[in-house]
Design a binder for this molecule. Sequence first.
Ligand SMILES: CC(C)(COP(=O)(O)OP(=O)(O)OC[C@H]1O[C@@H](n2cnc3c(N)ncnc32)[C@H](O)[C@@H]1OP(=O)(O)O)[C@@H](O)C(=O)NCCC(=O)NCCSC(=O)/C=C/CCCCCCCCCCCCC(=O)O
Length: 723
Amino acid sequence: MVDYIIDQNLAILAVNNPPVNALSHHVREGLVEGIKKANANDQVTAIVIIGKGKIFCSGADIREFSNHAAIKDPVLTSVGHTIENSGKPVISAIHGNALGGGLEVALFCHYRIASESARVGFPEVLIGILPGAEGTVRLPRLSGLSFAMDMIASGKQINAKDAFKHGILDKVCTGNILEEAKDFAKKVIGQPLDSRRLSRINVEDASNVDAVFEVALAQVKKKYKGQIAPIYCLKSVRNSAKMSFDKAAAEERRLITELMLGYQSIALRYSFFAERSASKWRLPCGASVNNTKPSKIESTGVIGAGTMGSGIAVCLIRAGIPVILVEKDPKMLEKGMETISGILDGSVKLKRMTPGQKAKCMEILKGATSLDKLSNVDLVIEAVYENLELKRQIFAQLDKVCKPSTLLCSNTSTLDIDKIASATNRPDKVVGTHFFAPAFIMRLLENVYGSKTSPTTVATVMELGRRIGKVTVLVKTCYGFVGNRTHQCFGAEASFLLEEGCLPQDIDQVLEEFGMAMGPFKVSDLSGIDVGWRIRQEVAKAAGFKLTTETRYHNGERISTVGDSLFEMGRYGIKTGKGWYKYDPTNLRKPVPDSDVADVILDHCAKMGLQRCKIPPQEIIERCLFAAVNECFRVLEERVAEKPEDIDVIWQYGFSFPRYAGGPMFYASQVGLKRVYERVCFYHEKFPYSSHWIPSDLLRKLASHSVEIPMSQWKEFVNGSKL
Ligand SMILES: CC(C)(COP(=O)(O)OP(=O)(O)OC[C@H]1O[C@@H](n2cnc3c(N)ncnc32)[C@H](O)[C@@H]1OP(=O)(O)O)[C@@H](O)C(=O)NCCC(=O)NCCSC(=O)/C=C/CCCCCCCCCCCCC(=O)O
């Protein structure tokens, strides 16, 4: 896994562990053997470490961490000591990325050069650990404390130019990296190495360490609320300035070991692989990412220039995909085009895009007021409001207007794709592409296949998701799909808690302390109480009943209408300055609890004859999360989601479930399925009028085992296959 090549007087050690040159056991062995062999060869005067393939090195092999006690020798630090102690200069030649342990390998070398396009970073914090092969002790010796703290605690990658500026690199190369490394090596042969060994030099700004630490700590606590690893990163860098090199390195090892065994790191490592597994889609017919080719998409149409349509158009044009935006009303169309331009202006302001790039995006955006203009596009995304009849009419018309190969996608957030597809003569080319609002910010794309959607159509929208930079998950059609169907149980319990004793701020606070970025009532104020009201009205209309603020049950199902009372008062959320909270017009980002809302809730309870009592935080968490978890198991049981990881990715990217808690399925696995099942049964008995508490059959089966069944095996229990 490390090729050893002699080139004139140089030994080239080329790491060859596709796809990303992770530092697996054989790579570590290969590096040690290579250095020893080169040192034993009198003809060799210098050593170059380089990566084969697209990158230098992605760092330690994360898969090995699940059993860290079994990590075989040589461990990364002893590989590094062999490199640093080499009597012949060792130069790392970086292209692509040098990440985590990969960058640490470079810091053990005496010199570091990199291609102009290379990026370096310590992303360990993103998997809940720290750079534990002396990265926290070595980097500050090159870059200074403040920069090292920021880089390590944020996990951000920097480009070669910045890395050079901060002393991490000795040279940025414009030519072939191997050739440049050979030239560089020849120049440093014979020069003293001690000053190049980072373990022998001091941290320059050590006397300032406490002040730097306090500033960084305050920032980290605010930015990464609830996360342990960023704080440990800072502490470890602080040690580098307060202790001898060896003592700081030993302390670093103690800290990484503690982090690695901790719940947050286990969840974050799970999340890393869950996210990657989501793109590996598979249909029940056997078609999969491995055996199905996507069709080419070179032009698209988006129907509806409202918030969703404009956001979706931004996603497409930003990726260089031409869009025709269709809106019947010319004024609305103009407004939509302005919204899009405004969103891109925001990106320019934030330096995420240059004015030239914005202009290019706008060039490939055209407006139209008739569907006829979509006759020639490869794919259409419909984003009109949530009404089945309207969507069926549009799809029937698109079927007539568009060329036969055009894929017809709906951005519906709840409706059955089969019912939309049956309005066309091409149900195989109809698919759901459910974007989350705001579409140009939220990274999730939930693609939804119907009973007749073809594998090629699925492959095409999965590839489209990748192209526009989304985390894309494939699910089967049903009401609300995976995201909204399971999240609805979470939201319903939050509303019931209002009727039983809580105020919005109590629930938000508990769930935010659990790790959600925002509690459900703050989210509701942001997305609009009127939006939720409209959806509930549509659902009631479709079910054939009239929903009013007096409604408590329908078909034996409990309903909470507190939010509808706020709607009737014109409290739509942030947009009206009042919702579940009130907002000072000069600071719309700060929700303030409102005694008027408390009065509305108390009145509602009095009118309905509901008794209120104090509800402990643990019950708030259980009610909201376990109701959702139970529904998630049903979704798995019905094969709406193919695997638990897909559900967790949807919750992380769609509903800001804390990555360091994994997702509802991972969370349930950590709580223990027996316990989850017991609590679901308990709440089912207590709340017989909420069908989301009827225990899932799959959950029951899995909980009945005397030993916990690992998540990877849950699927085997679907359809009674194991019991
Ligand atoms: C940017 C990437 C590298 C590439 O991105 P992309 O091109 O989009 O490709 P991906 O789809 O992401 O990845 C392709 C496949 O590769 C898999 N992959 C990627 N990186 C790794 C990895 N580091 N390990 C294992 N597998 C990896 C990925 O899953 C894909 O596979 P598949 O298709 O899903 O099958 C991007 O991938 C990326 O960002 N990767 C992560 C980079 C990262 O996080 N690096 C840091 C890793 S942690 C580290 O380096 C730590 C170093 C310190 C080691 C200390 C050891 C501690 C041991 C125990 C502690 C106690 C004892 C101490 C003993 C001692 O002294 O050591």
